[in-house]
Each structure stands twice: as C-alpha cells, then as structure tokens.
Design a protein around this ligand. Structure first.
Ligand SMILES: C[S@@+](CC[C@H](N)C(=O)[O-])C[C@H]1O[C@@H](n2cnc3c(N)ncnc32)[C@H](O)[C@@H]1O
Length: 214
C-alpha cells in the first residue's frame, strides 16, 4: 500500500538531499541480491534518520534490525565524534555484504555489528543509548521497548519503523487480525499510554513512531 500518491513521493524525494553513491549501491544490491528488498529504509526515511541523528548528535545508538546496513549507515553519520552504533541482526547470511558496506562507509570503526537474537543480546548491553531504532520482528516491538527504556536517558529518542504496517492497523469491526498486526497495535497504544515518553507517529513510508524519553 502506498500512503501518498507516487508522484508526490517522487516530488518529496526530489526535494530531499540526494542519495550518495554508497546508499544507491546498497539499494541496488539489496534489490538484486537479497530477499524482501522492501525492508530497506530507502532514500526518504534514510535521510530522515540521518538528520535526526545529526540533530541529536548521539554518543551511542542502538539499532535492532541491520538488514543490509542502509539505515545503520544513515544513523552512524550523525554520531558524535568517537560515538558508537551498535546494530543487531539475527541473519548471518548477509554478514560479508554488510561488513563490506560498513567498510565503504568509512564508519566501520564506529559500528559494532553483532549477529544473534536481539532479545538475547540487548540484556547484555549496558547503555545508555541516546537513540534507538527498532526495526526487527514486529511481534516483539513491545518487548524491545521494555528491554531498552531504562537504558535510554532523558532526552533520548526511540524510533520504531513500520508501525502503520501497510495500513493493516486500521481494523474493521469483526475483521480477523494477524499476530504481527495485533502486536503493532498493542505496541503503538503502549507508547501512547506510557507517561515516560512524549511521542508522535510520523506517516512517512510505512509509519515511524518517534518517542522522546522525558
Ligand atoms: C526491516 S529489516 C531492517 C531494515 C534496516 N533497518 C533498514 O532500514 O535498512 C528487519 C531485520 O530484522 C532482523 N531480525 C528479525 N528478527 C530479529 C531478531 N530476533 N534479532 C535480531 N534481528 C532480527 C531481520 O533479519 C532483518 O534483517
């Protein structure tokens, strides 16, 4: 499902600083070599992540769901000098491709790329995380939030991708809901009800929920 007219989207992209050659290459190689290329953040959302990171200038960013490294590189570009991005993914089949992209980005020494189940890795990480990007298995978004919230300092930003779930979060009376949609509905409401954060759901791409720790 497209949320805005494709012509309007193209116009938005034309008024967004253009993708550099590395990000274009990651998009191309993801589309030609990797399963489910729709998962990549892409130009508009990637630039938004990069600008948010540059505005916040975080010392540590945690990304849950590296995939082919596109969003990780965008986020890492905003790190404070000497800062670190920890990015987690369970899929080791993409490892050499992703490490290659991180090398090409010139940011490899600031990127701690770890393979494994995020639900097992996060409890072993100390924090604090000034910025967190949740973009892995939707069923566990609420659990990811619970695992990180005490490690995010006041003023820290948590972003969660795909919270509109191609529009499936709009459920009609009597309609059957699949488990991921149910989990995302619960997650979105949980953030809305949590007094520890202020939040906004940005209708960009598949929906990005941004929460700022109070
Ligand atoms: C939507 S993709 C991430 C896209 C990436 N952030 C980007 O914008 O280019 C989701 C990723 O989460 C990973 N993933 C799924 N379940 C996971 C888990 N339990 N722990 C760590 N990574 C997981 C998948 O392997 C996949 O690469």
């Amino acid at each position: 499902m497209e949320f805005i007219d494709p012509a309007l989207l193209a116009y938005c992209e034309s008024i967004t600083s253009s993708e550099d050659p590395l990000l274009k290459k990651i998009t191309r190689e993801t589309q030609s070599k990797v399963l489910m290329p729709r998962m990549i953040s892409g130009h508009l959302q990637g630039k938004m992540l990069e600008l948010f990171a540059k505005m916040l200038s975080p010392k540590t960013i945690l990304e849950i769901g590296t995939y082919t490294g596109y969003s990780g590189i965008c986020l890492a570009r905003g790190l404070k000098s000497g800062g670190k991005l920890i990015t987690l993914d369970i899929n080791d089949e993409l490892e050499s491709m992703v490490r290659g992209f991180f090398e090409e980005s010139g940011l490899a020494d600031q990127i701690d790329y770890r393979l494994g189940n995020a639900r097992e890795i996060i409890p072993t990480l100390d924090g604090p995380f000034d910025m967190v990007f949740i973009d892995a298995d939707k069923f566990y978004y609420s659990e990811y939030f619970d695992l990180i919230i005490d490690k995010v300092p006041s003023g820290g930003i948590i972003l969660a991708d795909n919270v509109l779930w191609s529009g499936k979060i709009l459920v009609e009376e009597g309609q059957k809901i699949d488990k991921d949609t149910r989990a995302l509905l619960a997650f979105n409401q949980k953030i809305q009800d949590d007094p520890r954060v202020e939040n906004i759901l940005l209708p960009i791409r598949d929906g990005v929920l941004m929460a700022r720790k109070l």
